[in-house]
Design a binder for this molecule. Structure first.
Ligand SMILES: [Zn+2]
Ligand SMILES: [Zn+2]
Length: 291
């Protein structure tokens, strides 16, 4: 994917920190971004905006722009659909209440997964999983790390494939949230909703359907998207007048086959498009949003 990694492409719009299931602290992510010459990164942690403030203050000193973002996992027709939100007004009290509820759901889910693994004879200690999460929202990668420590699996990828992915024996569905609800949530918070990694959606026809949810952008450039996928998505972008975004989905686990920071980039013009789309949305200021 040479064309998306050339030097004028300097923004990585899909980055996780240890506020969710990433490995690195927000400050470290920003320093790394600076080191590899990124102009901007979007912090898009799962169900939390906790890292944005720290990343932004480090970014100010280091000269790396931080785009406030989020990633919300949803389920639709037996597929896992992720919705990214950019430039959302993350200080809204109702939004933080909603996100806190989502994180509680994550925690319950992770506990159930550990229970299933124990039923399968894998002695995974819940307190160890919590310690590996380091106070952040517990995610499946933390459970996978605990499995690796006990040598039940050789890699995070193997843990997902053999135990944690949909269809695997310890898979537990999420608290149901539809992509429509996640898009509405992002929009109500004044953010720009973007369909994350559409190339990972197995039923391609679903992507067309998901474009009707009110997403404003499509994540076109993504480490696992091959050239044909990128071309297909760019076609949809121009047909529907959407914003083409891109990012590495950095988690900090390169040794485990995850992409490195900056693996997929977009030009700063994309930020301008996202910013102006966000300006056109009015955040809901009420105490609680009906979304
Ligand atoms: Zn995702
Ligand atoms: Zn992600």
């Amino acid at each position: 994917m040479k064309e998306v990694t050339c030097f004028i492409m300097s923004c990585d719009l899909h980055v996780h920190t240890n506020a969710s299931d990433g490995l690195l602290a927000p400050e470290k992510v920003i320093h790394l971004a600076k080191e590899i010459g990124l102009e901007a990164v979007a912090i898009t942690d799962h169900d939390t905006t906790a890292a944005i403030g720290r990343a932004a203050s480090t970014g100010k000193v280091a000269g790396v722009e931080v785009v406030p973002g989020i990633e919300i996992s949803t389920e639709w027709q037996e597929e896992e659909i992720h919705i990214l939100g950019y430039y959302l007004d993350y200080g809204l009290a109702w939004l933080q209440e909603r996100l806190a509820k989502r994180r509680e759901g994550r925690m319950r889910r992770a506990q159930t997964i550990v229970g299933r693994l124990r039923d399968l004879g894998l002695e995974i200690d819940w307190d160890r999983v919590l310690a590996l999460a380091g106070g952040a929202a517990v995610g499946r990668p933390h459970i996978a790390m605990a499995m690796m420590e006990k040598d039940y699996v050789g890699s995070i990828e193997e843990a997902f494939r053999r135990y944690l992915d949909r269809g695997a024996p310890a898979y537990v569905p999420r608290t149901p949230l539809t992509p429509q609800q996640a898009v509405a949530l992002v929009r109500a918070a004044g953010g720009v909703p973007v369909l994350a990694h559409p190339g990972l959606i197995r039923k391609r026809a679903l992507v067309q359907e998901l474009l009707a949810t009110g997403v404003i952008g499509l994540e076109v450039f993504y480490p696992e998207h091959d050239e044909a996928t990128v071309a297909w998505l760019l076609g949809l972008v121009s047909e529907r007048g959407l914003i083409a975004t891109g990012g590495s989905d950095f988690h900090g686990y390169e040794a485990q086959g995850y992409a490195p920071l900056g693996a997929c980039r977009v030009p700063s013009e994309t930020l301008a498009l996202l910013r102006s789309a966000a300006r056109a949305l009015t955040p809901w200021q009420g105490r609680s949003a009906q979304v």
